[in-house]
Design a protein around this ligand. Sequence first.
Ligand code: NAP
Length: 218
Amino acid sequence: MDVSAMLEQYAYPETTPWLRANMIASLDGGIQYQGSTSALGYAGDWALMQRLRTLADVVIMGATTVREYGTYPAEASKLAIVSRSLRLDFDGPLFTEAPSPPVVITCGAAPAERLREAEKRAEVIVCGGDSTDMGMALQRLADKGYQRQLCEGGPVVLAQIAAAGWLHELCLTLSPVITAGDAARVLDGPVIDMQRMELCHAIQDENYLFLRYRMAQG
Ligand SMILES: NC(=O)c1ccc[n+]([C@@H]2O[C@H](COP(=O)([O-])OP(=O)(O)OC[C@H]3O[C@@H](n4cnc5c(N)ncnc54)[C@H](OP(=O)(O)O)[C@@H]3O)[C@@H](O)[C@H]2O)c1
């Protein structure tokens, strides 16, 4: 797969701010197989994910995803982590080796001591009381100049982004496997007002399908 040629089809639109999500799912809609997301992917999907990061001003992830992945390439766009508990390794490479400090998005319910730790190592955005107000937090990111936003999940964070009306685009890689089981769907949260999407493209590579949908106009 020629990822460089493919990337031309992923230019961000002029409209800002713009939030794109990039996810992979099995044909029956699961985001993992036996607890592993990478089991669904292959080298092509991995390469595209890396390159999509370079198009964005900021890459947003939920804390569970960050804790599971453990690393984030220093040369990629700025990382923003959503967390209430702030149970993050502030002394680890994610914070100490990043060329510019990550953003931590949290809420009033964050433990005060962890918040002080976060403020030493990160740009901190506090929005909302018991829970981060996702729409407000994304607007705060945009106001800081992070207009081209990329969310790599997980499904709990993504569902709240959609509920806030900020899921402008969904890039979904369909993995050619059927898994059943109890894996989460791409969005994991309470039902929202149905949001219609329109297909921008569908690119096939091997048996994988790269779908790019954007919010339907009007
Ligand atoms: N297939 C795919 O494309 C894909 C993509 C990404 C991830 N995944 C998989 O998805 C799994 C994790 O996804 P997930 O949906 O369970 O978790 P997640 O969205 O990655 O993170 C959830 C965490 O984010 C924080 N959070 C979420 N909403 C918040 C709010 N309103 N206010 C404050 N903090 C908030 C909380 O962190 P604290 O616990 O720190 O408070 C919460 O526990 C992983 O196993 C990963 O491998 C799959």
